[in-house]
Design a protein around this ligand. Sequence first.
Ligand SMILES: *[C@@H]1O[C@H](CO)[C@@H](O)[C@H](O)[C@H]1NC(C)=O
Ligand SMILES: *[C@@H]1O[C@H](CO)[C@@H](O)[C@H](O)[C@H]1NC(C)=O
Ligand SMILES: *[C@@H]1O[C@H](CO)[C@@H](O)[C@H](O)[C@H]1NC(C)=O
Ligand SMILES: *[C@@H]1O[C@H](CO)[C@@H](O)[C@H](O)[C@H]1NC(C)=O
Ligand SMILES: *[C@@H]1O[C@H](CO)[C@@H](O)[C@H](O)[C@H]1NC(C)=O
Ligand SMILES: *[C@@H]1O[C@H](CO)[C@@H](O)[C@H](O)[C@H]1NC(C)=O
Ligand SMILES: *[C@@H]1O[C@H](CO)[C@@H](O)[C@H](O)[C@H]1NC(C)=O
Ligand SMILES: *[C@@H]1O[C@H](CO)[C@@H](O)[C@H](O)[C@H]1NC(C)=O
Ligand SMILES: *[C@@H]1O[C@H](CO)[C@@H](O)[C@H](O)[C@H]1NC(C)=O
Ligand SMILES: *[C@@H]1O[C@H](CO)[C@@H](O)[C@H](O)[C@H]1NC(C)=O
Ligand SMILES: *[C@@H]1O[C@H](CO)[C@@H](O)[C@H](O)[C@H]1NC(C)=O
Length: 657
Amino acid sequence: MFAPHGLGCLISLAVAVTGVRAASPQVQLGNTTLIGREVTLSNQDFFGGIPFAEPPLGALRLQRPVLKTSLDTAEFDASNFGFFCLQESVPVSELSEDCLTINVFRPSEVTSNASLPVLFWTYGGGNDAGSSAEFNASAIVARSVVRGTPIIYVNFNYRLGPLGFPRGQEAADRKVLNLALSDQITALAWVQENIGAFGGDKSKVTVFGQSAGAIMTAVQLLNPNFSNFARAAIFESGSAASGLILDAQHRVVDWDNFVAGVPGCENLSSTDNTFECLRSVNTTAIFDGLVIAQNESSSILPWTLTIDGLGGFLPELPSVLFGKGIFAKIPFISGTNLDEGTLFTPPTGNYTTELIEDIIVANFSPPTAESVSESQVKTAAAEMLQLYPDIPALGSPFNTGNDTFGLSPGYKRAAAIRGDINFQSQRRLWIQTASNTGVKTFGYLFTQPQPENSPFLGVSHESEIPYVYGTVENPTESDSVLSTAMIDYWVSFATSLDPNDGKGSPRPTWEQYTSQNQVLIQLNGDNMTLIPDNYRKEQIDFINSIPLTFITGVPCKGVFDELGQGKNNNNMHGLNLCPVYYSYECKMTKCSYYASECSPWNQSSSQVTDYTDRSRRTSSSEILLNPFISDSQVNDELFGFWKIPRDLSSRRHSEKE
Ligand SMILES: *[C@@H]1O[C@H](CO)[C@@H](O)[C@H](O)[C@H]1NC(C)=O
Ligand SMILES: *[C@@H]1O[C@H](CO)[C@@H](O)[C@H](O)[C@H]1NC(C)=O
Ligand SMILES: *[C@@H]1O[C@H](CO)[C@@H](O)[C@H](O)[C@H]1NC(C)=O
Ligand SMILES: *[C@@H]1O[C@H](CO)[C@@H](O)[C@H](O)[C@H]1NC(C)=O
Ligand SMILES: *[C@@H]1O[C@H](CO)[C@@H](O)[C@H](O)[C@H]1NC(C)=O
Ligand SMILES: *[C@@H]1O[C@H](CO)[C@@H](O)[C@H](O)[C@H]1NC(C)=O
Ligand SMILES: *[C@@H]1O[C@H](CO)[C@@H](O)[C@H](O)[C@H]1NC(C)=O
Ligand SMILES: *[C@@H]1O[C@H](CO)[C@@H](O)[C@H](O)[C@H]1NC(C)=O
Ligand SMILES: *[C@@H]1O[C@H](CO)[C@@H](O)[C@H](O)[C@H]1NC(C)=O
Ligand SMILES: *[C@@H]1O[C@H](CO)[C@@H](O)[C@H](O)[C@H]1NC(C)=O
Ligand SMILES: *[C@@H]1O[C@H](CO)[C@@H](O)[C@H](O)[C@H]1NC(C)=O
């Protein structure tokens, strides 16, 4: 959306121009010359696939990463992204366990003393999916140059699934819980060491991320010392307690399944003596275990952040740390999308009042959440159902009247509850907590209509990403205006700690969120304006009034995460519920299967279905059994959600490993 021609002459004075250009950009890191890639059209340099830690293999597998500040070759080919960390649903040729790499996008011809501010991105993907290679920041960097405030963009890979989020007593004893958070902080340490060589200023790092990436970033801020790594943050649809925070002893079954699935280590499953064996096998064996653990899990998102005690990343629940004022007091932007809950609410459910109540009770009662009794949860569930009445016009997608899109009349109610518990309440709690202590904060609500989405998704989770990255497909005028404004706000904030630097596109002043002035900017291309942060105040106040019942870091599985306790118990609460049935989150192979087999609409079915049998997952004819999804919707609805820009075409695989 930004015209590539003409950028050269607009390069800001802040960027020293050296005149002569080498064919490939180079940066000297210690004794190593990194050979990057020239992105001619954008007048940018790209350096990718740079190891920031020792390969986490063999004895270093399941260990905290070891920062790698220098490479042991004279030249390093940094022209491509590195491999994805081990995960499902990605071609095996894209994967490597040796995946701890970092990427740098910068304007061309930046001298090593240019001291540009840095935007540092952490991708989302539910802790078991995603890669830095899915994010091309060329448009952000181009815009930063055009508006006269050039920045450098950095992103990186962190370990996923059991390799990034080990569970259980043994992992706790060995102090290797939350390894992915260690990867993230190590990548930031690499930035501190090395970004100067690329022309960046290590004292001007702004961390940003979306979904799981925002959650991880928010958890990092719970350590006051995080201000040594970043001076500002942007959270897109994720706060510290948006996700699920368990202690090491919860969901050990997923870890046990992983070990049981690793050929050669099976026998050690359920023991506290697994690590030596796990470090002795090859990547194929580990990947087998990972796939099996995902397959066997009763949760679609088994790999959660873990309470890790004193000196850890997450010593206590976020709500407890908030109460003590323990967090880095750095400026931030935090926002959500209008309909955060829809993507996590299967359109196939028959969302009667009873079902929603049962779901809440099943998910927030002991043994999952231990700190409240089942009767307290029941009381809370009843209160929630009163606060969210059975009127489609009040549900999510919001502002769509009483239209139910052919789904269960309760769908919008369920989606509103889901979005508010996980995202809206947490965003509001965090920004109010921080602003009340004087932290400079800015809030947003992204409401740009998404006509490419199926109507029942509304302005769903992830919708804002292409606007931030300037990669909206077939943008309308409204989309372009919004995307440009959002990049301007983001870059302005990264360069001046204020989204309103007066440079770039004309856009409304985004007022600071303070205890006296609780406002959000409504990010909408046709109506960018300030709005009071008071939507569903009564409901969200209620959620935030009982942090030990509803998330805010309490061990729980998320509202609709699990309807039962495993596949051998699908009759919980007298309902014929499938154990795993949410998830449209990039689990495409699975979701096609759920849509047909795991619908509580089908109350007549009493069989326990092997929903995990891969050979049965992909048949779209099965989806069509669902009466609420029409033939023409199938592809769009079930496979079109994951709109993160992917740019894998330019990668070469043969050169690494
Ligand atoms: C660079 O090479 C020199 C000479 O081999 C060596 O002494 C020095 O430690 C190396 N520096 C780094 C950062 O590896
Ligand atoms: C930055 O480096 C360039 C060349 O390396 C030099 O010409 C320029 O004076 C330096 N600028 C500053 C502010 O040090
Ligand atoms: C990012 O996108 C631009 C424009 O499409 C392309 O020229 C460039 O090669 C991409 N960068 C990477 C690292 O793939
Ligand atoms: C923060 O840094 C200080 C000084 O470097 C150190 O003493 C303290 O232990 C650190 N705190 C945490 C929680 O890491
Ligand atoms: C696992 O245990 C069984 C029975 O104790 C034994 O026969 C088998 O060799 C063991 N396998 C491994 C890989 O240790
Ligand atoms: C991994 O180890 C297994 C068992 O030792 C072996 O059969 C397999 O060939 C190895 N795979 C690779 C890629 O080395
Ligand atoms: C997934 O789990 C099911 C049930 O436990 C099993 O039958 C199936 O073989 C597993 N598939 C894979 C790929 O592990
Ligand atoms: C939606 O339906 C409710 C209950 O029938 C009704 O009170 C309300 O006016 C309707 N709202 C809209 C926007 O149609
Ligand atoms: C713009 O948004 C505000 C706040 O949501 C709303 O009150 C107003 O009616 C909207 N204006 C238009 C023209 O849609
Ligand atoms: C939804 O559930 C209710 C209550 O169990 C039932 O009466 C109704 O028939 C169900 N609807 C469908 C479409 O199955
Ligand atoms: C409901 O379950 C029955 C019995 O297992 C099955 O025959 C039927 O196809 C299912 N219907 C749907 C819509 O999934």
